[in-house]
Ligand binder design. Structure first.
Ligand code: PLP
Length: 381
């Protein structure tokens, strides 16, 4: 238990909420949650499901029609066929990574994970007893990785490699060539499984198409894909996600689900079904709004003395280098929250290699972003 970490964004959210409750005006660019309402057709489907008697347990893996709709989504986004039997619908994206880490992590094993990256990877690897081996994501490479250096760290103890594209906290997108090189190199290491966290699959910009590791057929029998409804449909609080598991692992993951949560919420699944099968206009509109805010916030951040920000290609985060301010990431996070009333998350919340960076979520309105940039300038000025 002492090795289990946390997700600092939730601490920042609690601090920001406490300040707001005490009457302070705080702009929240901390937590990674879209600020839009869940599309009304989706909410109505959830409400109707409650009225229509969806109050029982469902099959542990989720309702068959929802799993079928997930496979339709996999085809829509990735152009690849998947078997609904291999899909496990769960409460959010996180359970899939939790199950994967419980399955693969143990004393003596090694798991590779992106750094800076989603903090739960390192936390869960450490908690499992496995050694957490960082995959360095560098600003100079658009926060992607170099497949050759990842492959160079693989050894007989390596059990799992975690890939996250588009990425939190950097907004980086791993180019197709790099994914292909990784997939090719893994032919030499058939004992290594891969967890591909694609929770931001529908949020790419500049004409970038989402590239999934699913396209490499030889990896499929050891590839776990994680995605869900949280970011795409603005459904973070509904708690709904899915994992696509290799045939050999799906029964084990199902037992982990039965041992932990039994099944995903029934009415929430019906909302999720409407989200996947209903009109997708809201997704396109939200994505277009994020895209506009993206250039706006990056321009704003680059106009702050001591900040340097690369243009992210996916997700809804900007990850400026703040070394020029002469402060550490934690110092700046605290200063911005306490003095400027702007909630952000220190880069170090995402791993050691996040030092020198601060994450700004632009899942907030343009007006809020504009006010936030002005306040940051004033405090640092
Ligand atoms: N994976 C990544 C990379 C994330 O950024 C997040 C949420 O921030 C998740 C997974 C978890 O998603 P969920 O809220 O659906 O559990």
């Amino acid at each position: 238990m002492s090795r289990l970490g946390t997700e600092t964004a939730f601490d920042v959210l609690a601090r920001a909420k406490a300040m707001q409750a005490a009457g302070k005006d705080v702009i929240n660019l901390g937590i990674g949650a879209p600020d839009f309402q869940t599309p009304p057709n989706v909410s109505e489907a959830g409400i109707a499901a409650i009225r229509d008697g969806y109050h029982f347990y469902t099959p542990a893996k989720g309702l068959p029609e929802v799993r079928a709709a997930v496979c339709e989504e996999i085809m829509r986004v990735r152009g690849v066929e998947a078997d609904p039997e291999n899909v496990i619908v769960c409460p959010g994206g996180k359970p899939t990574m939790f199950y994967a880490m419980l399955m693969f992590g143990e004393e003596g094993a090694e798991i590779m994970y992106p750094n800076p990256g989603f903090p739960i990877y390192e936390s869960m690897i450490e908690a499992s007893g496995a050694k957490a081996v960082p995959i360095e994501l560098l600003e100079s490479k658009g926060f992607s990785f170099d497949a050759a250096s990842v492959l160079a760290k693989v050894n007989e103890r390596t059990r799992l490699i975690i890939v996250n594209t588009p990425a939190n906290p950097t907004g980086g997108v791993v180019p197709k060539e790099e994914l292909a090189a990784l997939a090719e190199g893994l032919k030499q290491h058939p004992h290594v499984a891969v967890l591909s966290d694609e929770i931001y699959s529908r949020l790419t910009y500049d004409g970038e198409k989402h590239e999934s590791l699913m396209q490499f057929e030889h990896l499929r029998d050891r590839l776990i894909v994680l995605d869900g409804w949280s970011k795409t449909y603005s459904m973070t609080g509904w708690r709904l996600g899915w994992g696509l598991w290799p045939k050999e692992l799906v029964a084990h993951a199902e037992r982990l689900q039965i041992n932990s949560v039994s099944c995903p919420s029934a009415p929430v699944q019906m909302a999720g079904l409407e989200a996947l099968r209903g009109p997708q206009d809201a997704v396109d509109e939200m994505r277009a709004a994020f895209d506009e805010r993206r250039t706006f916030i990056v321009d704003g951040l680059n106009s702050i003395d001591g900040f340097r920000c690369v243009m992210p290609k996916g997700a809804f985060y900007a990850f400026p280098n703040i070394e020029g301010t002469g402060r550490t990431s934690n110092e700046l996070q605290d200063l911005l929250l306490e003095e400027a009333g702007v909630a952000t998350v220190s880069g170090t919340a995402f791993g050691k290699l996040g030092e020198g960076y601060v994450r700004f979520s632009y899942a907030s309105s343009k007006e809020e972003i504009e006010r936030a940039i002005e306040r940051v300038k004033k405090v640092l000025g």
